[in-house]
Design a protein around this ligand. Sequence first.
Ligand SMILES: [Zn+2]
Length: 185
Amino acid sequence: MHFLCRCGYRLHDSSDLISYKGTIIADQDMNEFWSLIEKAEKPHAEICDIFSSLNKLMMRCIYQCPSCGRLFIEDQSDNYQLIRFTPCIEGEPEPDVSKNLLISAYEENWKGSITAEWFDEKPWWSECHGTIMPQLNVRLDDLKFDDYPAFEKRFYELLDDLKARQLLNYAVLKVNGRKIFCWQE
Ligand SMILES: [Zn+2]
């Protein structure tokens, strides 16, 4: 699923752990939420029931455009259509708001992943042979390569650095579609 923000930015919802997506639980549902957690903690035989009940409580999604800060909230009473909200101060659109309202509670200390992919033959959709794609709340530079040794060196450098900073729980290195290295916490 993807949709366009009013500002032109395209928001994608086709993977897990998206930094601009969240879930809303209604305050009126919180008691049920905690009793489901309590039930899950005790020996029980209704794993599916607990999962589907939690899923139902957490159906409503919220997105924030990372470019302009507009919010989109799903309207459960209208087929989960997205309702757009523009940040305003005294009725005037206010562009200077945090664009990270929906990142993890761990903020920049959130543990994420890096995926590095190299293709000997440059794919039509890529501007270079090798790309390192981080899913992290810290900014990384120098992630595109046309030289394999430099690409591989950078990957292992990042792996060591991010592991030392406790920012990583998964890293994978793929060459021509084959996984040649994988690390998981
Ligand atoms: Zn936008």
